[in-house]
Every structure is written in C-alpha cells, then in structure tokens.
Design a protein around this ligand. Structure first.
Ligand SMILES: Nc1ncnc2c1ncn2[C@@H]1O[C@H](COP(=O)(O)OP(=O)(O)OP(=O)(O)O)[C@@H](O)[C@H]1O
Ligand SMILES: [Mg+2]
Length: 756
C-alpha cells in the first residue's frame, strides 16, 4: 500500500492544495521546476488510493510520448507496484486520438486499420493529387494544410483568417478527399477526426463521458486550438478537469499552440480555482537568475514569483569559443574532467548541431545518446520496409504502394503504373484489385506484367502468413522477397553503411508485438506517434551524455546543462522576424536554461560551418540581456575590440570585420563566401537568406525587380521580388533551374549584370 500521507507531507502548501482540490476545475499556473508534473502524478495516486476512483477512469495527457512513459513509471512507483496503475490512460493528445479512432472510427467511416501519415507521406499524397506541381512547390501548401488543421479549420470552413486564396481551398479539399478515400489519417487528423467523431456521434460522446471522471493535462500552454476543442468535448458534466502549465514555456506556436488557451481556461470553466506554485525545487538561484533576466524582456506575460532554497552553487559560465569544433572540445573537456556523463545534457536549437558533438564524443570515447534526432523512422531503408508493412495492413494505401511497386526496379515504369491505377473506378480502391485487373486485362508489357504479378503474389502470400499469426516471419519475408535485403546489402558493401542492420533492428522491434494484424497495427501506430523509441535503444536505458534539441527537453531536468550555439540567426533562429517570433525564442531559452539543476554553461562561437560555408557569428541578443554580474565569462566576445587577445583567432576576427565593412551590394566578394543558411520544411526548402549582421543607414532601394545579377554560388539570376523587412530591403532572386534565393540587399554578395 502506497504511503499517500508521506507523499502529501513532502509537498509544499500550494502543491498539497492542488492535490486535494478535486471538485472545482483546477488551473495550476506556475514557473519551471515548481512541481507541476509532480502535482499531476500525486493527484493520480491520491485519486486511486484515497478517493477510490478506478484507475481506468483517469486520463492524463502529456506533451510527448517520452513524458507519458515517464509519468506512467512515476505513478507506478508511487503506487508501490499497484497493478491498477497500468489501467490509467496516460497518453499524448495524438496518441489518445489514435486510441479513440481505432475504437470508434468506424462510426465516421474510418476503418480501424488506418495508418498514420507523416509529413512526408502527406506531401506525397498531395503531390499525387496535383501531378503538374513539383513537390517543392507543394511543400508550403502542405504546411498550410497542417496549420489549418491544427486550428480546427476544415476545407469547407471559412478560411479567411489563413489569408489564403481559392487555389489553396481547392487543394486542401482535394487532399482531404483523397486521404479519406484511402482510409488513412494524417497527424492532425488524430485530433480533428476525433472531434468530428465526438461531435457527430452522441453515443460515443456519452461513452467517453462515462469512461473518464478525471482528466489531467500537463504542459497545457502548448495545446493548440484543435486540442483545446477536443478537450472541451472530452470533459463531461461530472468530470473533474485539471490543467497545469507555464505561459513562459509555450514553445510550439509554430505548430499552432495557443498560449491563450491557458489564460482563458477560467472563462471556459466557470468556478475555476487557480493555484500558483512559487518554489522552484530544481535549479540553483544562480541559474534561475539567468533564466529570469532573459524572460522578463517578454511583454504581456503573467507575472510569476519563483524562488528557490538552493542558494549555493557556482555562477553559470558563459564561454566564447572559436567554432563548432572548439565548442564540442570545450564541452568534452569539462565532461572528461569528472566523467559525470549521465547527469549532463547538451541542448541545441537545431538537430544539425549534434553532429559536431557526436564526432568529438566518438573520438574521445565519451558515451552519449541522441534524443529525437536523425530519426530511425526517416531513414530510407526503414521507410521502405515500413511502406511494405503499411500496404499489408491497408491495400488502399496509394502513397506506400507507389513508393514500393517499382523499388527495387521490377519493370513497372510510370506508364505501367498509370495503367494499373486507371482501374481505380472498377474497384473499391484496393490497389491489389487494380493489379489483378491490370494483369488480367493484358495491357501491361511482358516485363511490367511479370513485375506486377510477382508483387501481387508476394503480398497475397504475406497476407496469408499474417493470418496465421507470423508477424516477424512475414516482415522478414516481405523485406527479402521485395528485394530490399539484396538492394541494401549491395549499398552497404559499396558505402560501408549499416542499412541492413537498420532493417534488422526494425524487425527486432516488431518481435515484441503480438503476432497478428492487431499487433502490427499497434506497432505501426506507436512508430508513427513516437519514432524515437523504436529501432534504437530507449534513451533512458542507455548511459551517457544526452544530446537533445531544446524543444525536446520539455519537462526534463539534468544536473549539468550545456546550451550550445548562442548566436544570432541560430538562436534566436533565422526565421525569427517579428517581435512575436523573438518572444517565442526567448521562451525556448527559458525552457533550456531551467532544465539545469546545478551547473549551466552557455556557449557562443565566433564562426560556424553552416551548409558547408564558414559563417561569422554574432552573439545572441539573449546574452546581452543577462546582467554581466550573473555569469562567469571565459574567452573574448566576438566583435570586441580586444579580439586579438584571443590566441590563434585574431585572423578570423579580422575577417569578420572585413566581411562587414565590405558589405556593399555589387562588389563585395568577401573571403568568407557569405553565410547562407538553408531554412524550411523537411530541410528541402530552397529559400536562402544572407546574414543580417549590422544595421546600416538606409541607402534607398538597391535592386529593382528585373535586375540581372550574378552570384558565385548560384550563377546568373534575376531579381523577381523586392520588399522591405523593417528597414532592410529584401530581394528574391530566381537562378537557373528555377532555384530561388532571398537576400538582404545590402549584404548580398551579388554582382549586377547589364546595368551601370
Ligand atoms: N515539494 C517538493 N519537494 C521536493 N522536491 C520537489 C517538490 N516538488 C517538486 N520537486 C522536484 O522538483 C523537480 C521539478 O518538479 P517537476 O518536474 O514536477 O516541475 P514542473 O513544474 O513540472 O517543471 P517543468 O515546468 O520544467 O515541467 C523534480 O525533480 C521534482 O521531483
Ligand atoms: Mg513538468
């Protein structure tokens, strides 16, 4: 029997109040490390042990799958191995949606074997609706569709708030129609279609209301409009609702998170009790001071008092270093000095930054684990194998069918594929039925017919195997017979890659699932929802330094935290243009810094390789917001007049100044080659921007539309658009091959051609 009294005794007064309040709607609004998550776990234990609420009637919603599994673990420990702990539903919003739709989706025409499309699959589907467009052109459309869905806007709704035109509406409609006809869902649908289900089927709504009598939401500040609407539906008249959050930690605005959800909670739920927690149990005062000195620059935040009893400890360190290798080296030296690997984490703004650390750690034999980066699931060979499995569970899955019908090549070119798909109207959408008709109809070339027959027979055989409950054998069979094993073995031997090993890891991961179609569906679902946990060891089980993006660190804590890359255009990120963007970046900084319990290192490089080019960096504005008395500074700040005092680096400092002073439009061919950074969706967008380093007096328009220009990176091009961003003129240039790039005029290293 768990000792609930002891658990309550360990809480401070406000936390205890929050645990004991189980009548009125409850909003716990508090800063980082104040015990919000602990309140939720204690509430669950208290509800089960003291209030006698059956565990299955409790729903807790967390922000990441990792947080969900940690919460499950914590509750289990608290309940002292009480088996009922497992009956609580602890999930993310998305995984809850998947759970609900698997059970009741058929009521709105969604078969229970649906698979969940990721961004890539969704884009392929959109591309299949609009074959005349390039995928690159459709990327922004797809992003906007997800954006609309996160806001709960359907194609038939009034979309004026999105500032889109009729073409977008048509595309959104076509995409949605196709997705529904295939019977799959995209990520946003897990929420959107759950809402549709609950709105349209009162019986299901009633079931949900009877099922859950207590709903608890962690990280509520990052819920988006669609999630907010779903929650509204889930909370029945007799249900207790508690949400916890921190408006300063809202960092998913780009995914549609609405910080206003937390602030408007009391308006929606009348009689809401708001409890504020004011003691931070995680960090030292030195660390909190740094976090607070930056976050206080955000306007319109809820004023929060946060104090800590941890007044000892050393000041956070601010390290000015040379470049990304020096950064990794400094971090390594500190780690090697006391070997506290497990207690340390390196936080960065973009996934690409992990590479320098990984390389250095490997070289120095420092154990490490990368959380969430380089997703196993995104690797080509893994996606191929999964595509076969997805197709096995849903034979209407056109995206995965197209991916695999001719990979490796089996004689089915685009013409043959079109012929096969032309049978769609004679089937219920089953691609295997289309294959059968195409084979019988004698319209394929001999080679294509042989390939199509082979592909079809292979799947018929796999379906039979699955029917007999041989999941792993079936996966092995498909991977081998489809030719993937040979194909990737060949690539491995040519390039010393480990692709076959990844295929093996995938099958290994599958082996812990029930050997049936249900087992396969569950596997695919978990994979879609949390690609980080499969195919690689669970990070929690592995020893070593944690390498992690700032976004992924939500709710986590480490004894020692290194915040890397505190440089303008990296952090704050380069897409940050408006004040709102900067405020969001500042909140990310706040989240990052408040992960640290005892030691904090802030790192700022003078130069960094970005897409293969050396970029001379400028310290992050957030560093300017930290009172200098709060940190111990090592190294010389870039741009400082004393830069030459930095051994071995004066030449780079000089180059930076050269680069800046030579930043005139037509003749500046600086030695650095500029600092072009790729930004965008899935790493594929082709928008480039020059660094915005210093503001100079406005010199009037520098480039007209139509101006021909030459760039040594891109070749010849033409200015197609000129606009002002604040006081900076920004031009868009179209180069050969349709490649477009955006430049800040006064720093653009472009030569004007045919004028002057
Ligand atoms: N009353 C308490 N006594 C001792 N330790 C506590 C107490 N409350 C919370 N803690 C500890 O403080 C740390 C932070 O708690 P928790 O993770 O619940 O905070 P949080 O408010 O959810 O933080 P975040 O905003 O980062 O999600 C944890 O290690 C937790 O165990
Ligand atoms: Mg928390």
């Amino acid at each position: 029997m768990a000792d609930i009294e002891a658990m309550l005794d360990a809480l401070n007064d406000q936390q205890r109040e929050a645990v004991l309040e189980n009548g009125r709607p409850l909003l716990v609004l508090a800063g980082a490390g104040s015990g919000k998550t602990r309140v939720i776990t204690t509430k669950i234990a208290y509800a089960i042990e003291k209030l006698g609420i059956p565990a299955y009637k409790i729903l807790a919603v967390t922000f990441t799958n990792k947080a969900a599994s940690e919460m499950k673990q914590r509750v289990k420990v608290m309940l002292d191995g009480n088996a009922r702990a497992d009956e609580c539903t602890i999930r993310t919003f998305h995984s809850f949606g998947a759970w609900l739709l698997r059970r009741f989706g058929s009521e709105i025409g969604l078969a229970s074997n649906f698979t969940i499309y990721d961004d890539d699959d969704s884009l392929s589907l959109l591309a299949s609706c609009f074959p005349n467009y390039k995928k690159r052109e459709l990327e922004p459309v797809m992003r906007k569709i997800s954006y609309a869905k996160d806001r709960g806007l359907r194609p038939t709704d009034n979309l004026t708030s999105l500032k889109v035109d009729g073409t977008f509406k048509r595309m959104y409609e076509a995409y949605e129609r196709k997705l529904r006809s295939i019977g799959n869902v995209d990520f946003a649908d897990l929420i959107g279609r759950s809402i549709e289900l609950l709105e349209e089927k009162p019986g299901v709504l009633d079931w949900v209301h009877h099922r859950f009598s207590m709903i608890l939401v962690d990280e509520y500040q990052d819920s988006n409009a669609a999630q907010f609407n779903l929650l509204k539906l889930l909370v029945g008249p007799a249900c207790f609702i508690c949400v916890v959050g921190d408006d300063d930690q809202s960092i998913y605005r780009f995914r549609g998170a609405e910080v206003r959800n937390i602030l408007s909670f009391p308006e929606l739920y009348h009689g809401t009790r708001t409890i504020k927690l004011e003691q931070n149990y995680r960090s030292t005062k030195h660390i909190l001071d740094v976090a607070n000195s930056v976050i206080k620059n955000n306007k319109g935040r809820h004023d929060k008092k946060l104090w800590t009893a941890k007044t000892k400890g050393s000041k956070p360190n601010l390290l000015y270093i040379q470049d990304e290798q020096d950064e990794a080296m400094r971090v390594s030296n500190i780690l090697l000095s006391d070997k506290k690997f497990n207690e340390s984490a390196v936080l960065y703004r973009t996934n690409a930054q992990s590479v320098a650390f990984e390389t250095m750690f490997k070289r120095l034999s420092i154990p490490y684990k990368v959380v969430g980066a380089l997703q196993f699931y995104d690797r080509e060979e893994v996606k191929d194998a999964l595509a076969l499995l997805f197709l096995l569970t849903n034979e209407k899955d056109e995206v995965n069918f197209k991916r695999m019908i001719n990979k490796p090549a089996r004689g089915i070119g685009p013409g043959a594929l079109d012929s096969i798909l032309s049978f769609a109207s004679q089937t219920d959408g089953s691609l295997f039925a289309m294959l059968r008709l195409a084979i019988q109809g004698n319209i394929l070339s001999t080679k294509a017919k042989a390939g199509a027959s082979y592909f079809l027979r292979m799947f018929e055989h796999a379906q039979a195997m699955l029917g007999e409950g041989e999941l792993v054998d079936c996966a092995n069979f498909l991977i081998r017979e489809a030719g993937l094993l040979d194909y990737y073995q060949e690539l491995d031997s040519q390039n010393s890659t480990g692709k076959v090993g990844n295929l093996e890891a995938l099958v290994n991961a599958l082996s812990s699932y029930d050997s049936s179609l249900e087992g396969l569906l569950l596997f695919l679902e978990q994979l879609s929802l949390d690609p980080t946990t499969l195919g690689r060891e669970d990070p929690r089980d592995k020893e070593g330094v944690t390498l992690i993006t700032m976004h992924n660190t939500k709710g986590l804590e480490f004894d020692r935290v290194f915040v890397a890359g505190l440089e303008e255009e990296l952090f704050p990120g380069r897409a940050s243009e408006s004040d709102d963007d900067i405020e969001e970046e500042r909140r990310i900084f706040y989240v990052a810094v408040t992960r640290a319990r005892n030691e904090l290192y802030l790192l700022c490089a003078r130069a960094r390789k970005i897409w293969g080019r050396t970029s001379y960096q400028h310290p992050s504005r957030f560093l300017d917001e930290i009172d200098s008395s709060l940190v111990s500074v090592q190294g010389i700040r870039p741009g400082s007049l004393h830069a030459s005092g930095f051994e071995g680096f004066s030449s780079l400092g000089e180059k930076r100044r050269e680069h800046l002073s030579a930043a005139k439009p037509s003749s500046s061919w600086g030695s650095s080659g500029g600092s072009l950074i790729q930004k965008g969706f899935g790493g594929n967008a082709k928008t480039f921007t020059m660094k915005t380093v210093h503001d100079e007096a406005d010199a009037g328009p520098l480039f007209p539309v139509g101006q021909r220009v030459y760039s040594d990176s891109y070749g010849e091009g033409e200015v197609v658009n000129v606009r002002m961003n604040g006081d900076r003129e920004v031009i868009e240039v179209r180069f050969g091959g349709g490649r477009k790039a955006t430049f800040i005029s006064k720093f653009a290293q472009l030569e004007k051609i045919g004028s002057e």
